[in-house]
Design a protein around this ligand. Structure first.
Ligand code: 2AM
Length: 471
């Protein structure tokens, strides 16, 4: 029997779809899953002549592969990845490649890389974005690790990835865990953009009393604007239009308002704090999800801390300010994310090519947006950080900041929480402040802890006995 170009372990929907995608590009694919029934069902119900070979034990799976063997793990992040790596060791030989295609924590990827290396095998940690649809029709792929490993699968991955004008949405990103790191930051930005969209929706329904259908119209208008055209805005319109046939109401109105998370947004915020990179829009979007999960407590507190009950009548004049506010929140999130990537590139020796990262996010992934074309251009021509301060974007910020301020004011006045939008506003306001009140913070630190401070009128490090003339 002809051997397979690649093997995929993990036949949940992402693994199934990616196997079909690769097979449809003409590569033979061997598949395996811990629970054989899943493989069997997949093969019987979804494989229609594609060159896919189901296997039912690991040795059969490995024997089906051409050498050097390439094994892609599409299993749940965490223990399952370690278990499979260990289980594969006895079957693999020098120069074979293992790819982890899950949302693994980048520190785990660094550890696994060493473990795999000690067996003289190659390893790639690869972020995959685009959800089920992307996996089937072309995702954005973010591989990092052993370059020789990438070369073994380059042809397969680049053909399976989404394609944009300037190439496939897949490139070798660099050494170590950088693939999973870049995917983690991608998801952090995604959290922020989703939260900002949700806040605009919340304002529209609570301040203006608009129904889901009317809000869908507004998002449809947003998606037609070049600075907002994106996958997330597009699906928001579709979600808002969807009616539950049983209840005869918009489904979104029937969904419990408690957001779940799997960790990538939280890790982004944690790493940003560790590296000292300000990512307030991303971080507050993670906080917003955590807070939303306290549904019972919120319901109880709402009984005695009521919100302002005023409403406003909707005016289409507000469309553009709302769109601009949303755009600036998106730009803040991208600025924060690329700032973090830039710092991590140095701190972890990833040597990242930032314009290439913008390029591979232009198609296939959840963050895809027309804006990324301009981000790519800005990163190619300007090394100013944060991104919003580049030539490409600074005029936008200047022009649209009043709109973001107006929208945030509306939220504050009407008691609608806007953690992402207001964090984005504070982010821009802080960066554009030549003077911040950190002088007072330094004085306080010196008062209670003799931490010392520097002065603007003379060189040196100073400490004051504040109690003497300051009480
Ligand atoms: P399963 O079908 O046998 O549960 C997503 O959950 C994928 O990861 C599935 O293919 C699932 O296999 C696999 N998976 C989850 N936990 C696993 C584990 N501890 N060991 C092996 N595979 C696991």
């Amino acid at each position: 029997m002809e051997s397979c170009a690649i093997g995929i372990i993990g036949m949940a929907v992402m693994g199934q779809n990616f196997a079909l995608n690769i097979a449809r590009k003409g590569f033979r694919v061997a598949v395996f899953n811990r629970t054989p029934k899943r493989t069997q069902e997949f093969y019987q119900t979804r494989v229609k002549g594609e060159p896919i070979r189901p296997t039912y034990d690991l040795s059969e799976f490995v024997r089906a592969l051409e050498r050097p063997r390439k094994v892609l793990l599409m299993v749940k992040a965490g223990e399952a990845v370690d278990e499979f790596i260990k289980a594969l060791f006895p079957f693999l030989e020098k120069g074979d490649l293992i790819i982890d295609g899950g949302n693994s924590f980048f520190r785990d990827t660094d550890r696994r890389l060493k473990e795999v290396e000690s067996q003289k095998l190659l390893f790639l940690g690869m972020g995959i974005s685009g959800g089920e649809y992307g996996a089937l029709y072309g995702p954005s792929l973010m591989p990092g690790g052993h370059k020789e490993g990438y070369e073994l699968v380059q042809d397969i991955l680049e053909k399976a990835a989404a394609q944009v004008d300037d190439g496939p949405c897949c490139t070798y990103l660099g050494p170590g865990s950088c693939g999973h790191f870049v995917k983690m930051v991608h998801n952090g930005i995604e959290y922020a953009f989703m939260e900002a969209i949700a806040e605009i929706y919340d304002l529209l329904r609570k301040v203006f009393g608009l129904q889901a259908e009317a809000i869908a119209e507004i998002f449809s208008t947003f998606n037609a604007l070049p600075h907002l055209n994106s996958y997330l805005v597009e699906i928001t319109e579709k979600v808002l239009r969807y009616r539950d046939s049983e209840a005869g109401e918009p489904l979104v109105d029937l969904i419990l308002d408690a957001a779940e998370q799997k960790g990538t947004g939280k890790w982004t915020a944690q790493v940003a704090l560790d590296l000292g990179i300000p990512t307030p829009t991303i971080t507050h979007s993670v906080v917003a999800r955590s807070l939303s999960s306290f549904k019972n407590e919120r319901t109880r507190i709402a009984q005695y801390l009521s919100s302002p009950s005023k409403t406003l009548s909707w005016s289409p004049d507000l469309l553009i300010p709302l769109a601009d506010a949303l755009y600036l929140a998106e730009l803040a999130a991208f600025s924060e994310g690329f700032h973090l990537l830039c710092e991590a590139s140095q701190a972890f020796n990833y040597n990242l090519n930032l314009p290439e990262i913008a390029r591979i996010w232009k198609g296939g992934c959840i963050l895809r947006a027309l804006l990324l074309e301009r981000i790519q251009k800005a990163l190619l021509t300007d090394d100013v950080f944060p991104l919003f301060a580049t030539q490409e974007f600074r005029r936008d910020v200047e022009e649209k900041l009043p709109a973001l301020r107006k929208v945030c004011t509306l939220g504050m006045e009407y008691g609608v929480p806007l953690p992402a939008l207001s964090s984005a506003l504070a982010y821009f306001d802080s960066w554009r402040s030549a003077s911040l009140p950190a002088n007072l913070i330094q004085a306080q630190r010196d008062y209670f802890g003799a931490h010392t401070y520097r002065r603007i009128d003379k060189e040196g490090v100073f400490h004051t006995e504040w109690g003497v003339n300051g009480l």
